[in-house]
Design a protein around this ligand. Structure first.
Ligand code: GLN
Length: 305
């Protein structure tokens, strides 16, 4: 059996020389202040064995990784209906791009670019009377801990610098594809981005996808097998924006990144893994995170391909 602890400890030593090669997100002051030289790596297996190294238990801003949780909450309630409002193709554009929206008539390419995530958040608001509370309860149930919270400092900073996301939301609304008040949508969106979780939490929460839609902590079937496959397919094709092809090429796992520097991915039927290192590459993905993942799947000689 593979000794994951030994593997991630070695990877930790191999990737720390890359410190300084990327750049911490600076579009909001709250993220620009994060100490860049942090690195956590966690592997969690379906039998709930966790291996960790470095800053594995430090909570950080999950940012766009939250798009997987909101998508899961919406898909489990309305299923295929969602795809009338959001596409399922990679965009090939940066996460916050506006360009495709006009000629595609307000129908975002996929739920992981900001435009698509805003539509998903809009549906979350329509479906759940208290969406922010519902989201945090859902994530807590996946992590098996109540120690998950919204970082209100980040949420506020996010809201103060949300001009582009506001523009996206108003533009989509002009096509009738956002149903709620834009201010409310942006408020929930800024909070979901400001969810604070550690690598340990993130890896645990993604066991759901590795386990065919069943929460391994309580046996609850959260998603059907088919819904799990579909969300996994979206992560594999769109989870890293315009670097999704390269992540598939180098790593070969479905996963999701956020500009807080977190990446979480999983191997169906086996394990999940989370890496956090705040310095980003030019696509807005953790530079050291991708290095670590590439080494991991190369080392254990296993991927979905
Ligand atoms: N809060 C960020 C935004 O909407 C999230 C982006 C990301 O993590 N890629 O711009």
């Amino acid at each position: 059996m593979t000794d994951y602890a030994e593997v991630i400890e070695r990877i930790y030593r191999e990737v720390t020389p890359y410190w300084g090669a990327g750049k911490v997100a600076d579009y909001i002051p709250a993220l620009a202040q994060v100490d860049p030289r942090q690195l956590g790596i966690v592997v969690d297996t379906l039998d709930l064995n966790t291996c960790k190294v470095g800053d594995a238990d430090v909570p950080f801003s999950v940012q766009s990784i939250s798009k997987v949780f909101t998508l899961t909450m919406v898909v489990r309630l309305i299923g295929e209906e969602l795809w009338k409002s959001v596409g399922r193709e990679p965009s090939g554009n940066p996460f916050n791009s506006l360009v495709q929206l006009e000629y595609e008539q307000g129908l975002p390419r996929n739920p992981f670019i900001n435009a698509g995530a805003l539509v998903v958040t809009d549906r979350l608001i329509s479906l759940y009377p208290r969406p922010k509370e519902a989201l945090i309860d859902f994530v807590r149930s996946l992590c098996g801990t109540d120690d998950i919270y919204y970082d209100h400092h980040v949420a506020k900073s996010e809201r103060l610098h949300a001009d582009r996301n506001m523009a996206l939301a108003y533009f989509i609304k002009s096509f009738g594809n956002i149903h709620n008040d834009v201010e409310t949508v942006i408020d929930v969106y800024c909070h979901q981005c400001a969810l604070a979780m550690s690598c340990t939490d993130l890896a645990r929460s993604f066991l759901l996808f590795a386990n065919r839609g069943v929460n391994p902590l309580n046996g609850e079937q959260v998603l059907t097998e088919s819904q799990t496959k579909r969300i996994g397919a979206l992560m594999a094709t769109c989870g890293f924006y315009d670097e999704s092809g390269d992540f598939a090429y180098r790593v070969g796992l479905p996963g999701k990144s956020g500009v807080g520097g977190g990446i979480v991915a999983y191997m169906p039927g086996k394990l999940s893994m989370a890496v956090w290192s705040p310095e980003l590459n030019s696509y807005g993905n953790s530079l050291i995170g991708i290095e670590a993942f590439e080494r991991f799947t190369t080392d254990i000689r296993s991927s979905i391909f």
